[in-house]
Design a protein around this ligand. Structure first.
Ligand code: SAM
Ligand code: SF4
Length: 334
């Protein structure tokens, strides 16, 4: 095994998020425009290259791998990739293989994912109202996702729901969503909307619902106990005493988690982003394709980690969207 990945701020990199496609069967308004131009297929890492990329990171000490996108389950033959990664779970080199999905394909894939060693998944769901669901995802249909969630739970996958907090959209569903998840033994995480992509005509700033306010609202009906969990990411957790549920708050706009940041992201074209909030990135596809040996890739990975910034610059506090990055979330992976 290679020496572990440690950045200049002494943070150990043990968590890799990998986007396997920029495509999606939904067009969520905060994530994509309706008419997206997707990358030509040849730009994408092949399934074999995705395997080699992840295996190299695992060899360098990555213990947790989250697959994302776009929608990871619309990538053709993606199960081959998951089945390949299960060897690292079996050897103990990898501790967790997981994914973030919109749930649309889970009815089809839940059992196979479980068989490949996936035990926990995050499913994105912002509303339980069929009409609002169709509005926010443009192309998604709620019943299909609900069947996917049921299928996942039926095969034994532990499901966490992720909901983007949107002012004037799902504010009125705070308790409905929370109780619905509690009845199904699912944890729930709220995500503050991020200034990703083009603001275009959609006033994303107007959609901003502070999780501080959301939490205060939740506390009007429930007793919340802070949990000490530190996942190295932007999530903070509380327990709802009445339901036993864990509620997460992801506030990517705050800086307070950067000191413990343990993660890097790889896009579907093989670029490494060492900070979600910054444009800085490096190409790993070139070094990967350059040689059958992994040495150029390992060198490029180490160089990128040495450049990992201390923190990021999103800031709404100045009443305009500062630190906005132009790439879409579906490109870097959420
Ligand atoms: N398609 C999968 C899904 O929706 O779960 C995985 C990729 S998606 C980009 C990952 C997560 O990013 C989702 O939970 C989505 O709600 C979130 N997301 C997308 N755009 C966002 C934005 N502008 N601000 C905050 N979260 C966003
Ligand atoms: Fe697709 Fe996920 Fe983006 Fe929605 S948030 S458009 S489901 S990638």
């Amino acid at each position: 095994m290679n020496a572990p990945l440690i950045d200049p701020f002494a943070r150990v990199i043990s968590y890799l998020r990998l986007s396997v496609t920029d495509r999606c069967d939904f067009r969520c308004v905060y994530c994509m425009s309706e008419n997206m131009t997707f990358l030509p297929k040849k730009e994408l890492l092949t399934l074999e290259e995705l395997d080699r990329m992840c295996s190299t990171f695992i060899d360098m000490g990555v213990k947790k791998l989250r697959i994302t996108g776009g929608e990871p389950l619309v990538r053709r033959d993606i199960l081959k990739f998951f089945n390949g990664m299960s060897r690292h779970l079996e050897s103990g080199a990898l501790e967790e293989l997981t994914l973030t999905t919109n749930g649309s394909q889970l009815e089809k894939y839940a059992a196979d994912l479980f068989a490949a060693g996936v035990r926990r998944i995050n499913i994105s769901l912002d509303t339980l109202d069929e009409k609002k669901f169709a509005d926010i995802t443009r192309w998604g249909r709620l019943p299909q996702v609900l069947r996917g969630i049921e299928a996942a739970q039926a095969v034994g996958l532990k499901v966490k729901i992720n909901a983007v907090a949107l002012k004037g959209f799902n504010e009125d569903e705070l308790f409905t969503l929370t109780n619905w998840c509690a009845e199904r033994q699912m944890d729930l995480t709220f995500i503050e909307v991020m200034p990703m992509g083009d603001l275009g005509n959609e006033d994303r700033f107007g959609q901003y619902w502070s999780l501080k306010d959301l939490r205060a609202e939740l506390a009007t009906q429930f007793t919340l106990t802070d949990l000490p969990d530190r996942t190295g990411g932007p999530a903070r957790y509380v327990k709802i005493n009445e339901t036993g549920q864990r509620i997460g708050f992801i506030t990517p706009l705050s800086h307070n988690f950067c000191e413990s940041c343990n993660r890097v992201r790889i896009t579907c074209t093989g670029e490494i982003y060492t900070c979600l909030g910054q444009e800085g990135h490096a190409d790993l596809r070139g070094p990967l394709r350059q040689s059958e040996s992994n040495e150029p890739l390992e060198n490029a990975i180490r160089a990128a980690i040495m450049d990992k910034p201390k923190g990021h610059d999103f800031d709404y506090s100045r009443q305009k969207v500062d630190g906005q990055v132009s790439r879409h979330m579906s490109h870097t992976g959420g």
